[in-house]
Design a protein around this ligand. Sequence first.
Ligand code: F6P
Ligand code: MG
Length: 436
Amino acid sequence: METNPSPLSAKHESSFAYGTVKDRMPRILTKVIDVCHKQIQSSKECFGEDGRKDAIDVVGKLSQLRSEIMTDKPLFALDDQLKDKEAWNKRLQQYRDSNDSPASWFTAPWLYVECFMYRRIAGVLNSSTYLKTFDPFAEQKQQSLMQSMTAVENLATFLHSVKQSVKVNDTAMLKQFFVDFLQVSLWGNKCDLSISAGEENSQNVSEPHKNLEALKKFILIDYSNDVWNLILKQKKRKDQVRIDVVLDNAGFELFTDLVLCEFLLFFNLADVIIIHPKCIPWFVSDVNASDLNWMLSYLSSCSFEEVSQLSTKLQERFKDGSMLLMKNDFWTLPDPFCLMNESSSELYKYFSSSDLVLFKGDLNYRKLVGDLDWPHDTSFKMALRHFSPTSLCSLRTLKADVVVGLKPGQAKLLAKECKEWMVNGQYAVIESNIIC
Ligand code: F6P
Ligand code: MG
């Protein structure tokens, strides 16, 4: 029988999880409360006294949630109107059944607890009358794109010049640019707003594609070659190559992801790309469908020609079906991906007909490897614990103290080089499990 390492948890005071539950999560909630507090006045103006009371009720429930976290109260089963409630409660019950102590914010697995906070926020908003679809992070997500516009313009110009100058059959050049756009998308993952507890974290490198050489030494594991070979192989074998991208953050990271998609589609390296956003406000900066729509219309009306052209092209792609957006509640469950086949078998099946699934970001990585305390030289394949619907690749900057696939002894050397190597977003991995 396989024995798994224990889940990361805030019960260990020296862990990154502890600092997250103790400081980062309450700080994020305080911001959410402030944003909702501002809705009291606007709800009153729009909906009268009813609106005012409704927003006050939301603020009260969120303040209660913050106090539960800060005083390490037991976790309880959800009792709201959102349809994934049973799936959440089932996982909590399973945890209780296998542990003697009651699950609380600091003692339960970190993955469950951190996801639970965002699910509770969504439950509170959904139970209101007038703030049901209110996204308390929307403004921050929009700001983070606006603050990255120089980088957006330069990247759009770079893609434009590649489209103009590279021939569709020039495989060597295409490979070089594939690796470039893959790495730009990888480093785009530095810009999330959860690690910075909602503080500004936009793209501050104005020409991200020119910085790649200098960043190479920070990519600890790099399987981009295997991913490229897989794409070429599938192209030869099949009429229609499909790539799925499980998105992470809105703002500059989403832009880099869409640039990669456009590169793949333009050069016929993929025929259809499906992107997977979140369905509720999630980990501050994660993409919802409305963030994507906002971004495309914001960029389409931008005065910088390469940006507006690219955005209009992407809008056309969503119309002609070469790009599709697919929603699924699975992404906002606390489940590691090895449970996808059990809790969302239709999604697992859907992925098995894809040629490649790209998983963006830190949280997706944590879910791929189960957020367990693996020895760092465990193989990625083993840490996936049979999650293998098709070939997959994770593009992730390290912002949590879990990583697998390193060489024996490598973690020790890295710790000497930089104490914070696993959590400060400076290092990255491109890890894959390719099924031939
Ligand atoms: O709050 C910390 C955390 O869970 C880290 O694991 C990670 O830094 C962040 O949230 C989410 O990162 P990402 O947006 O890359 O998934
Ligand atoms: Mg995120």
